[in-house]
Design a protein around this ligand. Sequence first.
Ligand SMILES: C[S@@+](CC[C@H](N)C(=O)[O-])C[C@H]1O[C@@H](n2cnc3c(N)ncnc32)[C@H](O)[C@@H]1O
Length: 283
Amino acid sequence: MVIKPVCKGLLTFIPGAARILPKGRTGGTNSASYCLEVWLKHLALLRSGGMRAMPRTLAELGPGDSIGVGLAALLSGVDRYYALDVVRFSDTGSNLAIFDELAASSKARDASLSDERISRIRSAIASPGSERGGVTIKYMAPWFDVRAIEPESVDAIVSHAVLEHVVDLESTYRVLALWLKPGGMMSHQIDFTSHGTAEKWNGYRAYPEFLWKAIVGRRPYLINRQPCSAHLDLLERNGFEIVATKRVDRTDGIARSRLSRRWKNISDDDLACSDLTVQARKR
Ligand SMILES: C[S@@+](CC[C@H](N)C(=O)[O-])C[C@H]1O[C@@H](n2cnc3c(N)ncnc32)[C@H](O)[C@@H]1O
């Protein structure tokens, strides 16, 4: 039913309504085991895509409820981690709590992980922005200043369940390309499902534009509805070589006859793609 998402969107136009609505949380990275799983997944994909060494400098787009994915990366040997979000969902206290869990499980798996390294990362969390014994964490939210990171200074960039939310995809891919070193790699997981905006997983492609505007309301972002091919095109246009893709296609979406005018020419491939994981190398 479209009534619920429209009501939610319209509520955002009422001054003060944000205070009575449930506080936004992203889910996922509020769990240490989830953060570790996401990091290890992207690390494995980057390695199988040809990344030879552990990245020294890692950037993550959209860390969400905690910067735990980056903290897991620091425990694996990354030295500089940049977390780039639009909303500051996490704070030092919650990040330290996630870190302590991550450190305990990393230590259990890898006895060579030193207490000194753990305490350096801990103090970098407590003093974001400054270097602590070779470890640096920068948490930028909102991050939109391109000068936030030196051009060609980043070895790898990851994001998980983020690029489907980014409002200005064109400039985001351009900036990621600018920050990455030549030969640097990215790994992104993109979820094209409705995120509560429709009953069917791709039901948002049935809505006329005026209805979609009402659903988005005044939120800084919801989902950008850009299909799989738009991401692959942007990667190519920004100088990336696509080294691997894994798509999940579904047949239980809306019928082509229900597509709104905006989406009526969408390809069959894009209409079916509900999830994409992609690794790309900057040429
Ligand atoms: C669904 S959450 C995913 C959070 C986390 N990556 C995870 O796996 O749980 C989407 C995240 O993307 C962030 N986001 C949305 N637009 C963004 C943008 N333009 N740049 C960076 N992050 C963005 C949101 O603020 C939020 O933290």
